[in-house]
Ligand binder design. Sequence first.
Ligand code: UT7
Length: 325
Amino acid sequence: MIAGAGGYLPGRLVTNADLAATLDTSDAWIRERTGIRQRYRVGPEDTTTSMAVAASWRALAMAGATPADVDLIIVGTSTPDQAFPSVAVRVQGLLGIESGFGFDVGAACAGFVYALSLADELIRAGRARGALVIGSESFSRIIDYTDRGTCVLFGDGAGAVFLKAAEGDGGPADEGGILSTHLHAQGSLGDILFVDGAVGVLDSAGSPLPGKLRMNGREVFRHAVQRLSESVDEALAANALSRADVDWLVPHQANIRIIDAMGRKLGLPPERVVITVDRHANTSAASIPLALAEAMEDGRIGRGHLVLMEALGGGLVWGSALVRM
Ligand code: UT7
């Protein structure tokens, strides 16, 4: 079960007006096309790891747990601080955990759903009893701030959940649990959203090419609406549930128009859809746990609620998680 959730946003607030001061864009365009009003950016004091640690402490606190209860850490991230050690292992060290195991998952904006699915399977298999599942991203490091088609869309941040084995047989008991996860990938669409470099990659002049995000927004939008819509159907069918059973949609926060389309598909009133894209922008793998944490902290999402999460990102990769809280 998801016993607690926590989020962390770095301190540098960047409004649409701030971006419009140096770029051919406008607050009106960004708000109308995406729903985004502002985003947060890491400063020298923040790293992907430090944000993951901060979010983890909050998730553990909500769960009434301590680092001693954690024997698995999985971090969804496309912006690790180093090629290795993984962010997960760095988090383990900084939380003072001496046993168990951890690793990062590279599934772009679907990173949290992928990580949650893996943690659930490992817990069911008896390989772990308490998992920190984290999404943490410093996307500002891979953004080309001269490309108005992408640089207005993303923000930095981290979110975490503490996932606990059920007391009984490890299955979803009365106390709640992950009912299903579904993961998908279509590598043939890899060129519509990608990073054009990596640690160790050199450009034609032999200089390091750390990489910037490139996206065909219109194509990604089209696939997102279609794939996420299929994911919603798939999650409900796998559990013999109907749209009316869903209490909350906690979607990946890429664009308010995609989120609204999914809310309409589920027949959910807007107040049953958790929205942070206006304030956080797209924080990639961090966006779902950040949104979930916010709605659990303010009491909107509570025990017994049925929560549907869905995300799509560069790969393409996409998936869903249906969770009884
Ligand atoms: O998290 C991973 C998944 N990512 C997504 O799901 C993102 C999916 N894509 C989107 O959200 C949207 O496609 C965008 C928000 C990226 C773009 O919205 P759009 O309605 O698809 O716009 P567009 O790319 O078709 O561009 C429309 C116009 C273009 O001008 P012309 O060619 O019509 O003259 C763009 O150059 O808007 C222009 N434009 C901008 N104008 C002002 C693009 N970016 C900007 C901007 N400010 N920042």
